[in-house]
Ligand binder design. Structure first.
Ligand code: GAR
Length: 195
């Protein structure tokens, strides 16, 4: 299974995929491209260190640049990618996204990284977590592939909550890629099932 991984920042989720490919957890999986919304993303350094081809994309050029790339891979992974994927790119290959909350809560347009963690704390939640889902037109609303919870602590800040959310994201992102590389899936209503 060939992957295109889209990033915008630090790239810890990308790193977890690279590590899982290298240690054999993701057997038969190759990262063909790392695509970044910014030339300054540290994620690009992680890709270069592992000799993975990198592409920097401008927002307006996403359809032109990404269409041939999406056609050439089997699965597209949004690993902290900041922009919404244009509609015309949605049906080329399955696209999955990792999000730092238990969707459908605290998702949608503009909900990214520490804004999500702040919203979780402002709502007084006692649990939070992470979600991996299929990307559809409905922002952060596609069928859920995997989720995992964690407890919110009384004195959590957005930073401490995100710090504890990251390892959970890494775990369910790698496990979701593994699942999608090994099994067919079916969409039944809002649910995704792996028969
Ligand atoms: C992750 O926390 C990811 O869930 C979030 O961006 C961060 C990227 O971290 N994505 C979203 O909020 C998407 N709405 P990373 O660059 O270290 O992987």
């Amino acid at each position: 299974m060939k992957l295109a991984v889209l990033v915008s920042g630090n790239g810890t989720n990308l790193q977890s995929i690279i590590d899982a490919v290298n240690d054999g957890t993701l057997r038969g999986v190759t990262i063909s491209y790392v695509i970044s919304s910014s030339p300054d993303a540290y994620a690009l350094k992680r890709a270069e260190r592992h000799n993975i081809s990198t592409v920097i994309v401008e927002r307006k050029k996403m359809p032109a640049i990404l269409t041939p790339i999406f056609k050439s891979v089997d699965l597209v992974v949004l690993a902290g990618f900041i922009w919404v994927i244009p509609d015309e790119l949605l049906d080329i290959k399955p696209i999955i996204n990792v999000h730092p909350s238990l969707l459908p809560f605290f998702g949608g347009k503009g909900m990214y990284g520490d804004r999500v963690a702040k919203a979780v704390l402002d709502a007084g939640m006692k649990v939070s977590g992470a979600t991996v889902h299929l990307v559809t037109k409905d922002i952060d609303g596609g069928p859920i592939i995997m989720q995992k919870c964690l407890e919110v602590r009384d004195y959590d800040t957005p930073d401490t909550l995100l710090e504890r959310t990251h390892p959970i994201e890494h775990e369910i992102l790698v496990n979701s890629i593994k699942l999608m590389s090994e099994k067919e899936y079916k969409i039944v209503g809002k649910r995704i099932v792996f028969p």
